[in-house]
Ligand binder design. Structure first.
Ligand SMILES: N[C@@H](CCC(=O)N[C@@H](CS)C(=O)NCC(=O)O)C(=O)O
Length: 352
């Protein structure tokens, strides 16, 4: 069935499928974007009895599955950032990418920080503390299978906790990195709280990719994992409210391209965020790329005076390439505007 939607695009009458899980930050990030953008979709609980989806190239969630003309499952995509960009090309209303390409690059940096750095805190608070481990080990296997019996629950608890705790080092959650990761989480909460005095979102009165990237990780950090929830409750109650709200922004009035701040008048909290990114994620990102290039088996770098160590991470090497590609693709004027905003934040080193 083909229909013409209110924006004149011909579209298949079958909605796309978003496959994910409730404990997955990236799944909730994509679900929130689809809701905010008024893009029809069907949610499928991945690996549940309702999951009849084809296998993706790499077994990750969220998956977006595009329908064939007859409604059967067609193309499968993974990785939230390219998923977002494809939706931007296919749907023109309620965009999450700012109209100004220079502002859009700042937004991409914020999204990348959420996806690739804040996720370290998410993983850390879930799998480094016993109360988090017990909660996750018990609840996550049940989330897609309420018929699981107690033997199955025990087996799943053992499997998931052993696997995930074993991966902590891979993500960079160790005794050495703990103070760096935890203090960065606290500063993020503080700067977001300060930001709400001015604006609801990092780039103005409407959410961008960056808001959704950080939102995804915070769905777990401030709402789910016991230790990080306690920190948020004491330190940043407004952030908890913001996460509740951002989960479904379908109601938020947005007119055309209105609502973005100008790059030259970024809210002060957003500038603080760029400094936070420059002080934490950027040294990691650059040293990670260097380690990948030289075939080293460890990334070692200084972050705010402490030594950070983890194994190199190939995907984050690609993230750096994508940011550099987008920066290089800007017009000379826009590149200068971006460079002016980033100067002194530490983020300028990404493009040095
Ligand atoms: N870069 C990916 C990351 C997705 C990701 O890491 N997904 C996790 C769950 S949140 C996953 O599927 N992990 C596979 C596994 O745990 O086996 C994105 O942006 O979507």
């Amino acid at each position: 069935m083909k229909t013409v939607n209110c924006y004149g695009r011909r579209m298949s009458g079958h909605p796309i499928v978003l496959a994910g899980q409730y404990g997955s930050p990236y799944s909730l990030k994509m679900r929130a974007i689809l809701r905010y953008r008024h893009i029809p979709f069907r949610w499928v609980l991945r690996d549940s009895k309702w999951d009849d989806l084809p296998e993706p190239p790499v077994r990750l969630i969220p998956m977006i599955v595009y329908p064939n003309g007859d409604g059967s499952h067609g193309e499968v995509t993974i990785d939230s950032s390219p998923q977002i960009m494809r939706l931007e090309r296919e749907h023109t209303h309620r965009r999450v990418v700012p109209t100004d390409p220079a502002l859009a690059l700042i937004d991409a940096i914020i999204e990348d920080f959420g996806d690739e750095w804040v996720t370290k805190a998410m993983y850390h608070f879930r799998w480094a503390y016993q109360d988090g481990i017990d909660k996750a080990g018990t609840l996550l296997p049940l989330s897609g299978n309420l018929q699981l019996d107690s033997d199955g629950a025990r087996t799943n608890y053992d499997f998931i906790t052993q696997r995930q705790i074993g991966r902590r080092e891979l993500v960079g959650s160790t005794d050495i990195t703990q103070p760096i990761i935890e203090s960065s989480y606290e500063r993020l909460l503080d700067l977001m709280t300060a930001g709400f005095a001015e604006r609801d979102f990092f780039l103005g009165d409407r959410p961008g990719r960056g808001d959704f990237g950080i939102f995804g990780q915070l769905t777990q950090l401030v709402k789910w994992d016991p230790t990080s929830v306690r920190i948020a409750e004491q330190r940043a109650p407004k952030v908890i409210n913001w996460v509740d709200r951002t989960d479904d922004l379908s109601w938020l009035p947005v007119e055309g391209d209105d609502g973005w701040v100008s790059l030259e008048s970024l809210p002060s909290a957003t500038r603080r965020l760029l400094h936070e990114i420059g002080a934490t994620y950027v040294p990691f990102l650059l040293n990670n790329a260097d380690a990948l290039e030289k075939g080293k088996d460890e990334v070692v770098c200084e972050i705010l005076g402490d030594t950070y160590r983890q194994g190199p991470f190939a995907y984050q090497g690609k993230c750096l390439e994508w940011l550099r590609r987008d920066h290089a693709a800007l017009s000379d004027t826009d590149r200068e505007r971006v460079d002016t905003v980033l100067a002194g934040t530490g983020c300028e080193a990404i493009f040095a």
